[in-house]
Design a protein around this ligand. Structure first.
Ligand SMILES: [Ca+2]
Ligand SMILES: [Ca+2]
Ligand SMILES: [Ca+2]
Length: 348
């Protein structure tokens, strides 16, 4: 019993000394949470401050408040140097950063993916543009030069061929008088063509017929024609076959000048062609400086292609919107025309 009393005394003494020094503090960490358990000090009577006996101090005294600040301070105090290193628990933060970065990397990886989709979408529009270029290509074929020929068969003989679109799309023929449809061997009269059996009225005209300015023919005046096209339409070539010009010279002029001119939309002459030659000053010249005997070279049936009576006017230039055909000095009023062609410029 004494031994036990002595032991109790010793323990009590030691405990008291310890309490005087400082309370016991136990710090433990579990999954990052810090739990601190502090034994309440025991007063000199062997009782806890709250009145419980010394043996019951520990469990009741568990205070969670003290732990947070107090606990950390001790720990860092215990390991002044290392803690700092341990605090380089910053490494833990570094780890946390790494994860972030890693998380970012994936995010950025995802970002690249979308762009790919975006570019894919962009490529789709490119396909659309390809489709656009296709139509452009399609529009090129129709733009290939297409020669248009006037169709005089659409008009009855003796009827005017003047007016837009009467004998050809977009074409308008206008004579100073009135240009009318003519056919071989029938009225109205335009010229007399020579054959071995005599004369044939309007001989040599194309089967579909042609035209002449009957007003000028009747009055035996010089012919003047104007050819124009529909608004916005221009041509790059214009041809017109002329018959029987040069075998009759009623004005008995020694000089002869016939010309044709093409104009662009600005009114400038862009192409011109003329026939200029001389003959004796007589009504029916049989000689000339360039075309031999006009009675032959100036007749619709006896002239060769390229001679006065079998001549094809031909103009080429871009943007032609008007053509004028004029007969000046030494004109022949008994003439006619048939084949007429033009090549429209490419339009949008
Ligand atoms: Ca007219
Ligand atoms: Ca003639
Ligand atoms: Ca003739």
């Amino acid at each position: 019993m004494k031994q036990i009393s002595c032991s109790l005394m010793a323990i009590t003494t030691i405990t008291a000394l310890v309490l005087i020094a400082y309370p016991l503090a136990t710090v433990s960490a579990t999954n990052g949470a810090v739990v601190t358990t502090t034994d309440e000090s025991v007063d000199g009577t062997g009782h806890c401050l709250n009145g419980y006996s010394g043996g019951n101090c520990t469990p009741t005294q568990t205070q969670t408040h003290v732990p947070h600040t107090a606990t950390f301070t001790p720990t860092s105090s215990k390991t002044p140097g290392p803690p700092t290193s341990t605090f380089t628990a910053t490494p833990t933060q570094t780890k946390t950063h790494v994860p972030h970065t890693a998380t970012f990397t994936p995010t950025s990886s995802k970002t690249p993916a979308p762009p790919t989709n975006t570019s894919t979408a962009t490529s789709t529009p490119t396909s659309t543009s390809t489709a656009t270029s296709t139509p452009t290509t399609t529009s090129i074929p129709p733009c290939q030069p297409t020669i248009v020929s006037a169709d005089f068969s659409k008009v009855a003989v003796g009827v005017s061929v003047e007016g837009l679109g009467v004998v050809a799309p977009d074409l308008n023929i206008d004579a100073n008088g009135t240009a009318v449809k003519i056919l071989e061997a029938v009225d109205p009269f335009a010229f007399a063509a020579n054959t071995s059996n005599g004369h044939v009225q309007n001989g040599g005209l194309a089967p579909g017929g042609g035209f002449t300015d009957t007003t000028a023919v009747s009055a035996q005046q010089a012919h003047h024609y104007t050819f124009t096209f529909a608004p916005g339409v221009s041509v790059s070539n214009f041809t017109l076959h002329m018959l029987d010009s040069g075998d009759y010279n009623p004005s008995q002029s020694p000089s002869h000048l016939f010309s044709i001119s093409a104009y662009n939309a600005n009114g400038f002459v862009v192409a011109n062609q003329e026939i200029s030659y001389t003959t004796p000053p007589v009504t029916n010249p049989t000689t000339s400086d360039l075309f031999g005997n006009p009675l032959i070279t100036g007749d619709a049936l006896t002239a060769l292609s390229g001679q006065l009576g079998n001549w094809t006017w031909n103009l080429s230039a871009s943007g032609i919107v008007k053509i004028t055909l004029d007969f000046g000095a030494g004109f022949d009023p008994f003439i006619g025309f048939d084949n007429l062609t033009y090549t429209p410029d490419c339009l949008r």
